[in-house]
Ligand binder design. Structure first.
Ligand code: 13P
Length: 251
């Protein structure tokens, strides 16, 4: 049985005070949970989040990183820097970065490799646009992203990767993919991983769904065969709602 991984992506939200309060309030609510619980916070909250989450079962992630270790890259943060302060996870290739910051499959691939070199666990985001879904191209788009983004990775690395399927049209729009759509894509991704790395790795890899996940739709999502958790934006900003989503995992 694969474990469930419930991750919050705070995007560009939350100041340090709110971060500390959030983690202090969440800690007792989730302390006995079997699921892996991750919060991916803005860079400026990382230190505070790591301090507050010490000796808890809440893991902290970043939302992006550069592939170089160091150098003249003004405004960037490297994997080495994240690792040095105790960050465990890093979101790579979120659609907002692909859309607004020219992230390409090539840069995503370099970042994933650099994350593994620094012993960070990447959460790779993939997903199709509305036009691509309407043209029924979603499987082709997502499997092409997977192939390009994972190019050159070893089986061991891939088995430690988390993939988040986030259809762009469902992010922040209130439109969720149906549970069936989400599970079908998780299966498609798993089959692609099986083609590329074998069934054993495909059976192990964690595949999340992301896009307007909330406590009213999470239970059904987590009961499917192939969705192993969620990457949650808006609904991860309120302790009560995030906790309800975590509670909706059957243990
Ligand atoms: P929402 O949950 O706000 O739709 O955002 C999803 C997302 O982009 C998580 O990475």
């Amino acid at each position: 049985m694969r474990r469930k991984v419930i991750a919050g992506n705070w995007k560009m939200n939350m100041l340090p005070d709110a971060t500390i309060k959030f983690i202090e309030e969440l800690t007792p609510l989730v302390k006995d949970k079997q699921s892996e619980i991750i919060i991916c916070v803005p860079y400026t909250d990382l230190f505070y989040a790591l301090m507050s989450a010490q000796n808890t079962n809440i893991k902290i992630g970043a939302q992006n990183m550069h592939w170089e270790e160091s150098g003249a890259y003004t405004g960037e943060v490297s994997g080495q820097m994240l690792k040095a302060i105790g960050v465990e996870y890093v979101i790579i290739g979120h659609s907002e970065r692909r859309q607004y910051f020219n992230e390409t499959d090539e840069s995503v691939n370099k970042k994933i490799k650099a994350a593994f070199e620094n012993k960070l666990k990447p959460i790779l985001c993939v997903g199709e646009s509305l036009e691509q879904r309407e043209a029924k191209k979603q499987d082709e788009v997502v499997t092409n992203q997977i192939k390009a983004d994972l190019d050159g990775l070893t089986s061991e690395q891939v088995s430690n990767l988390i993939i988040a399927y986030e259809p762009i049209w469902a992010i922040g729009t209130g439109k969720t993919a149906t549970t069936e759509d989400a599970n079908n894509m998780a299966k498609t991704i798993r089959n692609k991983i099986s083609d590329l790395y074998g069934q054993n790795i495909a059976d192990k890899i964690i595949i999340q769904y992301g896009g307007s996940v909330k406590s009213s739709n999470s239970k059904e999502l987590f009961e499917t065969s192939d969705v192993d958790g969620a990457l949650i934006g808006g609904a991860s900003l309120k302790v009560d709602e995030f906790d309800k989503i975590i509670e909706s995992v059957k243990e």
